[in-house]
Write a protein that binds this ligand. Structure first.
Ligand SMILES: Nc1nc2c(c(=O)[nH]1)N[C@H]1C(S)=C(S)[C@@H](COP(=O)(O)O)O[C@H]1N2
Ligand SMILES: [Mo]
Length: 530
């Protein structure tokens, strides 16, 4: 019990030392504009994680995948720190060695982190100083604990005393070599250092992009979107036609949203072009802007999944940008790079064939939300996001696919990925029970840049029946559908949906996983009629 208490104190010393180190490291990193050592480790985990684990994480944790990852890194770190404390209580060098080993991992992760443009030597300062602070604090704290050689009787008793209160037998702390006051002062001092470093990190690490976004005034688009046709949002429970920004799905590899203020943002257009362009945000706003509704889909979307959303975007036509640069004749790919080092390859024909491929600056009447790519991102109707929708866009290179190493393509996803025809049931929800007099169903279907021609539903193995479609807005957006079962049979049923695109192709029933180029199969839900 008393030895256990001593261990506990030593573990607490380890944890406290780690917190002090991380706080100081994070403050330094924030001042330099780089990632906190913890985030750098998280970023490395992301880039070293095999694709199937990543897919699993996205499936299982959805949008909290980033919080889960950072939480795991933090828990592991604190666990190792506690171990360093316990080891260090009896063998100082070993404890310090563990701290230095953890620091080395953080330093390696920082060096490998390509989500920042901070000069590597400056970026490395954070993990190195963090390690020194943690090691030094650990030694300082452990020194105030009872001497390990005496940790049998007296020392353990005194350790117990720390928790139970003042010495009942004055003078007992002298022979044990334990100065309780010195221990508490050191602990409080460390905590104060950690807290104030944390405060510094918060203040200097504040997002410049958020300020720049708040100050931005959107220009009026030269070509506004047509009015939304009437008759949309036909049934409660069906996904709203336009997805509010706060509900819009988010898929990216960024643990910390890149901080890219519009005032210093530049977009370089180069590669196989007649002239290189180097544009500021103001240059972009001076070009003729289009406003268009476009439905965006993630290739990881499962049948019936939620990784799809429809928004009104404002942006510069990519084709116009490329026309100004002058595209070489051999090029077939547009390589786009984000501020956080994401590399995406898009087929040039899709960008140049007349569709509304945009460098977007606004989403649903607001500047792009930070998480959705502020200040500028790509949006290309008809292509999955991972081959087209680069957020925090900073670089466009006209090139060839044979010379391009795109992030997702390197991880087993297809190089070319047009969005597949799909349909989804939103109501009834799975296992919902509906009153007999109102069995209604509804959902959405999408076939971006082809258009949805028809949606059909079927109950159990009955014949397919046509669903009612809301009026078509454009071929780049999804369409909502509804259906009513006029004479329902009470009991349990399965409802299945399938769509046919504007070219007359009907959705295949063959089930395919999202990897490598998008899921296929019909969505169905079980429900019952009362
Ligand atoms: N910089 C960057 N851009 C990115 C990604 C990313 O990881 N990093 N992910 C892409 C993927 S896979 C998709 S589906 C879309 C999602 O855009 P959203 O988060 O705005 O919905 O962004 C794309 N653009
Ligand atoms: Mo995606």
């Amino acid at each position: 019990m008393t030895t256990a208490r001593l261990r506990l104190l030593a573990a607490a010393c380890g944890v406290l030392a780690a917190l002090a180190g991380v706080a100081v490291g994070t403050a330094l990193a924030a001042a330099a504009g780089g990632p906190s050592p913890v985030v750098a480790v998280g970023n490395s985990v992301v880039s070293l994680t095999p694709g199937f684990v990543k897919d699993f994480a996205v499936r299982t944790f959805g949008e909290s995948d980033k919080a889960v990852l950072l939480g795991t890194v933090a828990v592991l770190l604190l666990g190792v720190a506690a171990a360093a404390g316990v080891l260090g209580a009896t063998r100082r060098r070993l404890g310090v060695g563990v701290v230095v080993a953890v620091g080395a991992v953080a330093a390696a992760a920082t060096a490998a982190d390509d989500t920042t443009s901070v000069w590597p030597v400056i970026a490395l300062l954070a993990p190195v100083v963090a390690t020194l602070v943690a090691a030094w604090t650990l030694v300082l704290l452990l020194r105030t604990l009872p001497e390990p050689t005496r940790s049998g009787g007296a020392a353990a008793e005194v350790a117990a005393e720390v928790a139970t209160g003042p010495a009942r037998r004055p003078g007992d702390d002298l022979p044990s070599g334990f100065d309780r006051r010195r221990f508490l002062v050191t602990v409080l001092g460390t905590a104060a250092v950690a807290a104030s470093a944390g405060g510094v990190a918060r203040v200097v690490g504040g997002s410049e992009a958020a300020v720049s976004r708040a100050n931005l005034r959107l220009p009026v688009p030269a070509s506004p979107a047509a009015a939304v046709p009437s008759g949309i949002d036909p049934l409660p429970g069906v996904t709203s036609y336009l997805t509010p920004n706060r509900d819009f799905y988010r898929v990216d590899t960024a643990l910390i949203v890149p901080d890219v203020p519009a005032d210093t943002w530049r977009l370089r257009v180069h590669g196989d072009v007649d002239r290189t362009l180097d544009l500021s945000f103001a240059d972009l706003l001076d070009m003729p802007l289009l406003e268009r509704r476009i439905t965006l889909t993630c290739v990881s979307n499962e049948v019936g999944g939620e990784y799809v959303g429809n928004a009104t975007w404002i942006g510069v036509p990519l084709a116009e940008l490329l026309r100004r640069a002058g595209v070489g004749r051999d090029a077939d790919a547009l390589k786009s790079t984000s501020a956080d080092g994401m590399v995406i390859g898009t087929p040039l024909d899709a960008v140049l064939d007349g569709r509304d491929a945009l460098v977007a600056i606004a989403m649903n009447g607001e500047p792009l939300p930070l998480a959705h790519g502020f200040p500028a991102r790509m949006v290309v109707p008809g292509l999955y996001g991972y081959v087209s929708a680069t957020k925090w866009l900073v670089d466009l290179e006209v090139t060839r696919f044979s010379e391009l190493e795109a992030y997702w393509t390197e991880r087993g996803w297809a190089e070319q990925a047009p969005v597949k025809l799909a349909s989804r049931i939103d109501v009834p929800r799975s296992f919902q029970s509906l009153p007999r007099d109102s069995v209604r169903a509804g959902g959405v279907a999408w076939a971006q840049h082809v258009g949805v021609g028809a949606v059909e539903v079927r109950v159990d193995d009955d014949p397919w029946e046509p669903a009612r479609l809301v009026p078509q807005d454009g071929i780049d957006t999804w369409r909502q559908w509804t259906w009513r079962w006029d004479d329902p049979t009470p009991g349990d049923h399965t409802l299945t949906v399938r769509a046919t695109d504007a070219d007359g192709t009907t959705q295949t029933s063959d089930r395919a996983e999202p990897r490598p180029d998008g899921a296929t199969g019909w969505h169905s839900v079980s429900f019952s009629v009362e």
